[in-house]
Design a protein around this ligand. Structure first.
Ligand SMILES: [Zn+2]
Length: 225
């Protein structure tokens, strides 16, 4: 019995990772139950794990997890994979039943945070009881050089249509864009480039140039980088 968490932003290859895990265990003869949330209809109305390349894998779509404990396919399974775990309100008691009570292997896959970097659903509550936690990354859509994207930025609906010249702006083709920390913070705080840096000195400085002993320095204030 084991619990593995695969977390990360959107476009981090989580669905592809699921497909790989399922195929590897099926090749060993394991019975695998794949569960996804019934509200996830990004690409298909059919219950399926779909990655961004639109490769599909059959999955059981449900709104609640706990009723699955009485499901025949659950009883037969040796590995349970949960996709879009952030959407399930009963995630924690279900996973406890799967791993601790029924001694199965469980892989939980989902977003660790929302576009505001707040914990998403109950996914993070599973970290203390996990065997392994892996944070996957996407690639920053703005750096375009392979820099890992660790956050998902959500453009407001009215901000993704066009810029002042009427040309599509970044993210016009989609509302959610994977970004590195620098670009995420710039997108969140568009005043960034013009923000004055605190005075710099030879020592005792933060990475932003502010002195640690400066009484006006707030370490939680975001400075230009
Ligand atoms: Zn970037």
């Amino acid at each position: 019995m084991s619990l593995e968490l695969l977390i990360g932003p959107m476009f981090a290859g989580k669905s592809s990772a699921i497909q790989s895990i399922v195929r590897r265990h099926q090749s060993l003869g394991w019975s695998v139950l794949v569960v996804t949330h019934s509200m996830d209809t990004r690409y298909s109305a059919e219950p399926a794990i779909v990655n961004h390349d639109k490769q599909t894998m059959p999955a059981l779509a449900t709104e609640k997890l706990m009723p699955l404990l009485d499901h025949a396919s659950y009883a037969a399974s040796r590995l349970v994979v949960i996709e879009e775990a952030q959407f399930f309100g009963d995630l924690v008691p279900f996973v406890k039943a799967v791993v601790d009570r029924d001694c199965k292997h469980c892989v939980v896959v989902g977003l660790d945070g929302d576009a505001e970097r707040r914990p998403f659903g109950r996914v993070l509550d599973l970290i203390p009881m996990a065997d392994r936690v892996t944070k996957l990354t996407a690639m920053c859509r703005l750096c375009k050089d392979g820099t890992p994207a660790i956050f998902t930025h959500a453009y407001a609906q009215d901000a993704i249509v066009s810029n002042a010249e009427g040309k599509p702006c970044v993210g016009a083709d989609e509302r959610y864009v994977p970004m590195c920390r620098k670009h995420y913070l710039k997108a969140k705080h568009s005043v960034f480039p013009d923000s004055p840096l605190p005075p710099s000195g030879p020592s005792g400085l933060t990475s932003s140039g502010a002195k640690y002993d400066d009484p006006t320095f707030d370490p939680f204030t975001i400075h230009a980088c």
